[in-house]
Design a protein around this ligand. Structure first.
Ligand code: ZN
Length: 241
């Protein structure tokens, strides 16, 4: 027991000593300790960041190219992808910017997943239907928080969603919060991560108090659970810095 605790403590110290904040999730107890060579730090860190972003289902190269990190191939002479890739330090910096704007926080302080993203039996018709978000259960009127910094682009009632808030996080990433009891932000408002946007409710097409939470990238809904899971990995590694 004591040995395990010492091992954990050593692992924590190692993570805290890392030059750039993000690393992969700690290995399970009993795994061989990682041997990091200082010269590998850059490539390892951007590798970790890329892995983290990729775990959400986001296309890392696409996002980097839209950030301007990779020069567009149009107009100029043909540039091989290898040559166009920025130096690794710059790449790590761009990746860190992306990670900082990803919706990795949870929209509620505590919750249970009532209904996952994807195919499910519709709660009203019992027919198979596509669920474009995640239904999270928490006590009625629990505070609902923004999951990343951004700008509020919609507040109001939106048919089945009931009282609804949408936030644009940039890079084509949008989060949506439905069935709210009350909305506490206004359209155009800039919000940090974990800023209260409303209270959990049951407005719209809802069978009981819950939050319908959506993440969209370039207009396509993604599985919010992947972002929450990636968020847990970040908290485990940089949350103590
Ligand atoms: Zn839902």
């Amino acid at each position: 027991m004591l040995a395990e605790r010492d091992q954990l403590q050593a692992r924590l110290t190692e993570l805290q000593g890392r030059p750039s904040g993000v690393a992969s999730a700690p290995p399970a107890l009993g795994d061989a300790p990682r041997t990091d060579h200082p010269s590998d730090q850059h490539s390892e860190n951007s590798g970790d960041l890329e892995q983290l972003i990729a775990s959400t289902g986001i296309d890392v190269e696409d996002l980097l190219s839209r950030l301007g990190a990779v020069p567009p191939g149009q107009g100029g002479p043909y540039v091989a992808l290898e040559e166009a890739a920025p130096p690794d330090a710059q790449r790590a910096e761009e990746l860190q910017k992306i990670v900082a704007t990803l919706p990795l926080a949870a929209p509620l302080d505590g919750f249970e997943i009532e209904s996952p993203f994807g195919g499910r039996a519709d709660p009203f018709t019992r027919r198979q239907a596509f669920h474009p978000g995640l239904d999270l259960v928490a006590p009625y009127r629990s505070p609902v928080y923004s999951t990343a910094p951004g700008t509020v682009t919609f507040t109001g009632t939106k048919s089945a969603y009931g009282k609804f808030v949408e936030i644009d996080h940039g890079h084509g990433i949008v989060t949506r919060y439905g069935h709210l009891h009350r909305i506490t932000v206004t359209r155009g408002q800039k919000v940090p991560a974990h800023f209260q946007v409303g209270e959990l409710g049951s407005t719209g097409r809802s069978t009981g108090p819950h939050l319908h939470y959506e993440v969209a990238v370039n207009g396509q809904v993604q599985d919010p659970e992947k972002f929450l899971q990636a968020g847990k990995n970040v908290v485990q590694t940089i949350g103590r810095n």
